[in-house]
Design a protein around this ligand. Structure first.
Ligand SMILES: Nc1ncnc2c1ncn2[C@@H]1O[C@H](COP(=O)(O)OP(=O)(O)O)[C@@H](O)[C@H]1O
Ligand SMILES: [Mg+2]
Length: 256
């Protein structure tokens, strides 16, 4: 082999909804332990990209590999096993509002991994401390927390089982800039601490550069630019320039 096997790779992945091709033979990969950020306009297929890798959406064509093994169309049992290697934080944190914070964080430990409640609670409290939430928060309900604290709890839930791969879908959308910066710092710290491979989506460029080693831009169903995070500011790729500079004029046409 001339190149190390990527942790995760999309090869020729196509996804259509009715007559619209959202992903068009998408090729993308991320090396073990690296943090990749996908940027692009809204509706370009960023969420669909990670949903295909999580087995939540099946591509119409192409393959997706985890450690070199195809994960498209796995049986229920194998999919569940794969899920145990993944942590995810969606936009809005998506906590269960009828469960306490620690029960949310420990949900998969209790329900998928069969960890006894007492131990699960201890591990949940440790994970909460990792995201700088005090143990007293553990017994509260999501509605009692601010948006930023809910995001922290969602991050604690994503990391509690020390997953090999972490997915973050717009983790800072809807937060004020200071809270967003704090969440980005926590995400970077956790990814580094766990040595996980991370794939994140954001349209916030400050977030992209805080949490990404590399950045890939998705446009019209393909990756039209990819490079080290620092090159986002220096590349002369016209699509990236228009996106970064927030200009209405350029190669990216937009529907208003
Ligand atoms: N389950 C679905 N059924 C039909 N269309 C969908 C579905 N999920 C996403 N889409 C469409 O795919 C496109 C890309 O969606 P998405 O990946 O969510 O965009 P974004 O880049 O903003 O995350 C959008 O046009 C969206 O309407
Ligand atoms: Mg999205």
């Amino acid at each position: 082999m001339t190149e190390a096997t990527p942790k995760l790779a999309w090869k020729g992945v196509t996804k259509r909804f009715e007559d619209r091709t959202v992903l068009d033979a998408l090729d993308l990969s991320v090396a073990p332990g690296k943090s990749l950020v996908i940027i692009g306009g809204s509706g370009q297929g960023k969420s669909v990209t990670i949903k295909t890798a999580m087995g939540l959406m099946r591509p119409d064509a192409g393959s997706i590999t985890l450690d070199g093994e195809c994960i498209v169309g796995l049986s229920e049992g194998k999919r569940r096993k794969m899920f145990s290697r993944i942590g995810v934080l969606f936009q809005g944190a998506a906590l269960f509002d009828s469960l306490t914070i620690w029960e949310n964080v420990a949900f998969r430990l209790i329900n998928a991994d069969g960890v006894p409640r007492k131990e699960a609670k201890e591990r949940a409290i440790e994970a909460l401390e990792q995201v700088r939430l005090a143990p007293a928060v553990a017994d509260r309900f999501p509605s009692e927390l601010s948006g930023g604290m809910q995001k922290r709890a969602g991050l604690a839930r994503a990391v509690v089982a020390q997953p090999e791969i972490l997915f973050f879908d717009e983790p800072t959308t809807g937060l004020d800039p200071i809270t967003a910066a704090a969440i980005n710092e926590l995400i970077s710290n956790q990814v580094r601490r766990l040595g996980s491979t991370a794939v994140s989506i954001t349209h916030d460029l400050a977030s992209a550069q805080t949490i990404g080693d590399e950045i890939a831009m998705l446009h019209n169903g393909k990756i039209i630019w990819r490079g080290p995070a620092a090159e986002l500011n220096t590349t002369d790729n016209p699509y990236v320039r228009q996106f970064v500079e927030g200009r209405a004029e350029g190669p990216i046409s937009h529907a208003v």
